[in-house]
Design a protein around this ligand. Structure first.
Ligand SMILES: Cc1ncc(C[n+]2csc(CCOP(=O)(O)OP(=O)(O)O)c2C)c(N)n1
Ligand SMILES: [Mg+2]
Length: 343
């Protein structure tokens, strides 16, 4: 006799509600993020730009999260490694390059901030600043606004595991928990905070902290984008249903040095890094698509060529774009409204 239970059919991504086209698009954004990163590193080594912080090894989780959100309505507070995320929500290579070259037309900060400090009104990416974790209370503020205005959007924020030890994280989680706010708080646990390995930063799991704030905390394999997608999607549904925040800890590995100013081999071994390259989520996801018959060597070649062309155009544009005027340095620093009577 046949089993009466429901038999799950289709491939993993289909069971999660992702079409073949969406599953492929996710991979495209991962590759775009990686290629942007690789090129930025080369530009820095060639002396064309000053500084780059890389997101290599974190793209799979970033893209998966973006696809699980409402990219037309939600508010995003990404952190400095989230290139693949911001590309997935609509930032262009040109915009990223304008920021990398610190040009006036850069929509992120008009060339005023270090690259990786994202901000775009058009894409509802909330401007971030350099002290790590300050974006978490900001995200909670956006979620409070959603609740007060009864608007159906969610705020989504990311940060590193080292940053989760900052007071801002705890205060933000507490407030979000008390008020059941529609916020998704995602830690990209890449196992290092500059030179400090996770076991010297954390006595327990970041995700377990959610228990103390009264909402779910989930640890997920950040190298498995379909798992990340599932977890973020559920968190999104809970948030929209008025059930409050979710803390997600996506486990991954920072495959590159902390920044272009860092020599990571001073505190970790080449072997450790090589071992983790074998677990790279981007490669694993490509293999999944190939197994599903959705990706071929030819498509891979075309995608790389497409990325290279896009990068070439973006770099040429950004390199030739004007720098901000020196006198604009003081813009947005002091109150520019015309106060009568003065202070
Ligand atoms: C409040 C604050 N303290 C210190 C720094 C310097 N800093 C920049 S990145 C970083 C490491 C953060 O590690 P983690 O949160 O794990 O994120 P990751 O860089 O690994 O992605 C530190 C200490 C800072 N920017 N802000
Ligand atoms: Mg870290």
């Amino acid at each position: 006799m046949e089993s009466q239970g429901t038999v799950e059919t289709g491939s993993r991504h289909q069971r999660l509600g992702l079409s073949d086209g969406q599953a492929i698009d996710m991979y495209r954004y991962m590759v775009m993020g990686r290629k942007y990163d690789e090129r930025s590193l080369l530009l820095q080594r060639a002396g064309k730009i000053n500084f780059h912080v890389s997101g290599v090894g974190q793209e799979a989780a970033q893209v998966a999260a973006a696809f699980a959100l409402d990219r037309q309505n939600d508010y995003f507070l990404p952190y400095y490694r989230d290139y693949a995320f911001v590309l997935s929500v609509g930032m262009t290579m040109r915009e990223l390059m304008l920021s990398l070259f610190a040009k006036a037309e850069d929509p992120n900060s008009g060339g005023r901030q270090m690259p990786g400090h994202f901000g775009s009104k058009r894409l509802r990416i909330v401007t971030g600043s350099s002290p790590v974790t300050t974006q978490v209370p900001h995200a909670v503020g956006f979620a409070l606004a959603a609740k007060m205005q009864k608007k159906p959007f969610v705020s989504y924020v990311t940060f590193g595991e080292g940053s989760s030890n900052q007071g801002d994280f705890h205060e933000a989680c507490n407030f979000a928990g008390v008020n059941k706010l529609p916020v998704i708080i995602m830690c990209e646990n890449n196992q290092y905070a500059i030179s400090i390995p996770a076991h010297k930063q954390l006595g327990g799991k970041v995700s377990d902290r959610a228990l103390g704030y009264g909402f779910p905390g989930i640890r997920v394999d950040g190298n498995d984008p379909l798992e990340v997608y599932r977890v973020v999607k559920e968190a999104h549904e809970r948030a929209l249903a008025g059930e409050g925040p979710t803390l997600i800890e996506a486990m991954m590995y920072r495959l590159s040095p902390h920044s272009t100013s860092d020599n990571d081999l001073a505190y970790r071994t080449k072997e450790e890094v090589e071992e983790n390259w074998k677990k790279d989520g981007l490669t694993a996801y490509r293999n999944y698509l190939v197994e599903q018959g959705l990706w071929s060597e030819e498509q891979e070649r075309d995608l790389i060529a497409e990325c290279n062309l896009e990068l070439k155009e973006a770099i040429a544009y950004a390199e030739n774009a004007p720098f901000p005027n020196p006198e604009d340095t003081l813009l947005h620093v002091y109150d520019e409204s015309n106060h009568k009577g003065g202070f």
